[in-house]
Design a protein around this ligand. Structure first.
Ligand SMILES: NC(=O)c1ccc[n+]([C@@H]2O[C@H](COP(=O)([O-])OP(=O)(O)OC[C@H]3O[C@@H](n4cnc5c(N)ncnc54)[C@H](OP(=O)(O)O)[C@@H]3O)[C@@H](O)[C@H]2O)c1
Length: 267
């Protein structure tokens, strides 16, 4: 059990409804959602707007950002490629100037390439870019925002990895590797930040219905249901959130490791 969970458990047993800063509602919390203009990121943006958070959404696609802003004028929609250092620096400067702090960073932006490594038509650049966005970009953006997060009285980082961080999919070897790498980074980051009070949460989604999975014909969780589950689990003090079928993976990996690795590999 993590220290935070232990503290929450003891606190709730001793004081019942007494609340810590982490229990605060989302209202007024300055929240950055990377990739907030589509899919899961957009569902986070919409739920947090409803909860009266101050939401900043970033992404590359200007049309999608403008559409988001049209529908939710209160959202700050900022163009930013998280793999571009200059974009990330400009984003951090804009948030510091307007808000002077960041309460919640939701690292959601990513791309998923289906890569056949034996196919010479797949360029090294395509694979390198996927890793530059999902792993390097996310890590460096997180690092860039640590000081602004420290200006908050209840800061939080939410890392969206994947069930494929636990077991890889054969069709997406480099995506799976990037997410396993991000999970490893998240575990170490949580330990490094314990002393400074930044809570680090990891979400490992199952297959979710978004533009990225349009072509996949299997049962999918809705992005709204995923975000509802995440927000509920955060309120309950959970730092690792494994929604839907991903919740079964840790047990299956102990009981029947070869079987479950084969099953996930083929998804
Ligand atoms: N859908 C699933 O089944 C599933 C399962 C497990 C984990 N996940 C994870 O959930 C997250 C969201 O996925 P999704 O399904 O919602 O995909 P999506 O609809 O394709 O959304 C991805 C978002 O990331 C943004 N993005 C991509 N590259 C970026 C870059 N270089 N800089 C800034 N923003 C960038 C995209 O915006 P622009 O194109 O405008 O840049 C878009 O807003 C990802 O981390 C994904 O790995 C998804």
């Amino acid at each position: 059990m993590s220290n935070l969970k232990l503290v929450n458990l003891v606190r709730s047993r001793l004081f019942g409804t007494l609340r810590s800063p982490y229990d605060r509602p989302w209202a007024e919390r300055v929240t950055l959602v990377t990739g907030g203009n589509s899919g899961i990121g957009r569902a986070f943006v919409e739920k947090l707007v409803m909860a009266n958070a101050k939401v900043i959404a970033c992404g590359r696609n200007q049309d999608a950002l403008q559409e988001l802003q049209r529908e939710h004028p209160e959202v700050e929609a900022i163009p930013c490629n998280i793999a571009e250092r200059a974009d990330v620096l400009a984003l951090a400067e804009s948030i510091e100037t307007r808000h002077g702090k960041l309460d919640v960073l939701i690292n959601n932006a990513a791309i998923m390439e289906q890569v056949d490594l034996l196919d010479d038509s797949v360029s090294d650049d395509r694979i390198a870019y996927e890793i530059a966005v999902n792993l390097v970009g996310t890590i460096l953006l997180t690092r860039r925002f640590l000081q602004l997060l420290r200006s908050s009285d209840c800061p939080m980082i939410i890392m969206i990895t994947s069930g494929y961080a636990l077991l890889p999919a054969t069709r997406a070897p480099t995506y799976s590797a990037s997410k396993a790498g991000l999970r490893s980074f998240t575990l170490a980051l949580r330990r490094q930040l314990t002393g400074v009070g930044i809570r680090v949460i990891e979400v490992l989604p199952p297959l979710v219905d978004t533009p990225a999975t349009r072509a996949v014909q299997r049962p999918k969780m809705s992005a709204d249901a995923l975000v509802d589950r995440v927000l509920r689990d955060i309120d309950r003090g959970r730092d690792e959130i494994l929604p839907g079928q991903v919740g079964l993976l840790p047990l299956m990996m102990r009981l029947a490791p070869k079987y479950i690795a084969r099953r996930v590999a083929g998804t």
